[in-house]
Design a protein around this ligand. Structure first.
Ligand code: AMP
Length: 277
């Protein structure tokens, strides 16, 4: 991958990059289109497909994470992707004697709350693998989804702090018709859970509505939202947070421009969503 990327660099070919864990859906493909628009017809669009083990906790869904490379390859072809980079674990994280992997990239501020609190080693895995992928693909621009708001903020910070010569673009969340944010993990949902999974986007809409009526206290709104989510018998609220979109610090007064994020369990399946209120 890196040899190919260096050749492109020598020939001044523009490179747009979309990192994914595969099991592609329309949300991923919207990032691919965005990358293509930026680098143009003569540029190269690279999609990585790699279920990165270091961003999964010991009790999480690494082994059952959905995979279908043949389908992903077909979708990438149809979307005009130039190269799929799909490394295997032993290439990314060598484990043999004398060659084990021991260097990680750790963002220490934005990673603390929300997903970082719920999944303690998650962002260390994300920043490490994205740093590695940037060094392998050497992109001019990399496109991430707003669906993973905190992740995008952390990648931006990493790029700034460590001077990666990569422009970060964040594209809007692609949703199903009923509002559910597209996610590879939606496949885990039973029919009943799928029906109730709209509670995430409905909670965001509810919060927007109360903000339109005027600023509200964070404590009160959070309590209302928790009640709203818990009203769905299949849903268990992991967290709901109201925060400043730049600092990711919780706010006490919620108004226009406040960011809201939530995580909800349906059985073992954990879904996230967020929006600007
Ligand atoms: P994943 O394969 O889940 O690691 O996601 C790969 C990239 O696609 C990340 O930048 C995600 O934020 C982005 N993404 C995932 N779901 C969506 C969605 N529904 N809309 C837009 N981008 C998404």
């Amino acid at each position: 991958m890196q040899r190919l990327a260096k050749n492109w660099q020598r020939q001044r070919v523009r490179v747009g990059f979309v990192p994914t864990m595969g099991y592609l859906h329309a949300g991923h493909l919207s990032l691919v289109r965005r990358a293509r628009r930026i680098v143009g017809a003569k540029g190269k669009v690279v999609v990585s497909i790699y279920v990165n083990p270091t961003q999964f906790g010991p009790k999480e869904d690494l082994s059952r994470y959905p995979r279908d490379f043949a389908r992903d390859r077909k979708l990438c072809r149809e979307a005009g992707v130039d190269v799929i980079f799909a490394p295997v674990d032993r290439e990314m994280y060598p484990a043999g004697e004398g060659e084990e992997f021991s260097t990680y990239v750790v963002e220490e501020s934005l990673s603390r709350g929300m997903e970082g609190a719920a999944r303690p080693t998650h962002f260390r895995g994300v920043t490490t693998v994205v740093a590695k992928l940037f060094n392998l693909v050497l992109p001019e621009v990399a496109v991430f989804g707003a669906k993973d708001f905190q992740q995008a903020a952390i990648i931006r910070r990493m790029v700034r702090d460590l001077n990666f010569p990569v422009k970060i673009v964040v594209a809007p969340t692609h949703r199903e018709r009923d509002g559910l944010a597209m996610s590879s993990r939606n496949k885990y949902l039973s029919p009943v859970e799928r029906e109730q999974a709209t509670v995430l986007s409905e909670a965001l809409a509810l919060a927007k509505k109360s903000v339109r009526r005027g600023a509200v206290s964070s404590v009160r709104l959070k309590a209302d939202l928790a009640r709203f989510v818990t009203n769905r018998p299949a849903a268990r609220l992991d967290y709901v947070e109201l925060f400043d979109p730049r600092t990711l610090q919780p706010v006490s007064k919620v108004g226009r421009g406040t960011q809201m994020a939530l995580a909800v369990f349906f059985g073992k399946t954990r879904l996230i969503d967020n929006e600007t209120l």
